[in-house]
Design a protein around this ligand. Structure first.
Ligand code: GLN
Length: 310
């Protein structure tokens, strides 16, 4: 059965999954995220051949945070090619938290293990082509406008500034990477771009549409027009499976089995190969930084519709 035809069940699943939120906590290390209502939950599913189906608090807007790492990686790969990107960033998962610095020092060569941890994402963002922060951010936004069909998408200034003002750990990662020639940007410019990238604001529907393009080999549904090459869409899905849920990726692969990427805002974007894009927002997080209700919802969806890719 197509998921989008099962609207009633989707509403019930959202109502049940939101109960998980009471066990979680909204991220507060970025001060502007801390006032979000933990009991919010929204779901959007886009299967390409009909409208995007939504359930829950669908009007809610939220920032991409780490979900943006998938999008910046696509752009950096198109700008630099695989050899250029993977010269600076590895392809291996890590059992460490997303903001950990430890492997940069203990792992040789000292390049970030993968593009989904903060160190790797900073290196990837530094590879987006452009002459200024504005130009690079503009390219990222245009790419998102193209994938979602929504040219009004922009970044949330309050969230971006709140993270920029408090991003000392990311700042230290960037300086470490600069010392080791993984990047050579002005660190403050890079932090400005990275925090604005993380603060790009969407709703669940837009997230589902981006997930759909990644699921659908990089193509828009109606026209089959490619937004990114097939091999890049495959790289993104592979990183989503191996590293997308931080150091919970293994357990998530067993329980859910869908390529997905989460962010500390409570966003999760999932891409079911040749099937659907899913966008979820539920800001109450577990201790690893993943949306508790969002993960529960994906687990239930995966079981009901047999979505595991394994
Ligand atoms: N902007 C966040 C940070 O760098 C993104 C992290 C996340 O979503 N896990 O800390």
């Amino acid at each position: 059965m197509k998921i989008c035809e099962d609207r009633e069940a989707l509403h019930v699943m959202v109502q049940e999954a939101v109960q998980m939120a009471s066990k979680g906590k909204v991220a507060d290390y970025i001060p502007a995220l801390s006032d979000k209502d933990p009991h919010t939950l929204s779901l959007a599913v886009f299967e390409g051949d009909g409208p995007c189906v939504t359930a829950g608090d669908t009007a809610e807007m939220f920032t991409l945070q780490s979900v943006s790492k998938v999008i910046s990686l696509a752009l950096a790969l198109m700008d630099n090619g695989e050899a250029g990107v993977f010269d600076k960033v590895g392809m291996e998962p890590t059992g460490d938290p997303f903001n950990s610095i430890i492997k940069l020092e203990t792992h040789s060569p000292s390049k970030p293990l993968n593009p989904m941890i903060n160190a790797g994402a900073l290196a990837v963002t530094s590879m987006i082509s452009g002459h200024s922060v504005d130009e690079k951010l503009g390219r990222l936004l245009s790419f998102i406008h193209d994938m979602t069909g929504d040219a009004s998408i922009s970044y949330n200034e309050k969230v971006a500034l709140s993270e920029y003002d408090t991003a000392d750990l990311n700042r230290s990662l960037a300086y470490f990477l600069k010392q080791h020639h993984v990047l050579n940007d002005n660190v403050e410019d890079l932090l400005e771009l990275y925090t604005k990238q993380c603060a790009i604001e969407v709703d669940a529907t837009s997230l589902a549409k981006i997930g759909y393009i990644i699921a659908n080999e990089g193509r828009h549904t109606e026209s089959s027009r490619p937004v990114m090459p097939l091999h890049i869409a495959r790289i993104l899905k592979t990183f989503m499976v191996t590293c997308g849920m931080y150091n919970a990726s293994g357990e998530f692969a067993i329980k859910v089995g869908i390529p997905a990427k989460s962010g500390v805002s409570g966003a999760i974007m999932a891409a079911i190969p040749h099937g659907a894009g899913i966008g979820i927002y539920g800001p109450a997080l577990d201790e690893r930084g993943n949306s508790l209700a969002g993960m529960k919802l994906l687990e239930v969806l995966s079981q009901r519709y047999g979505l595991s890719i394994f």
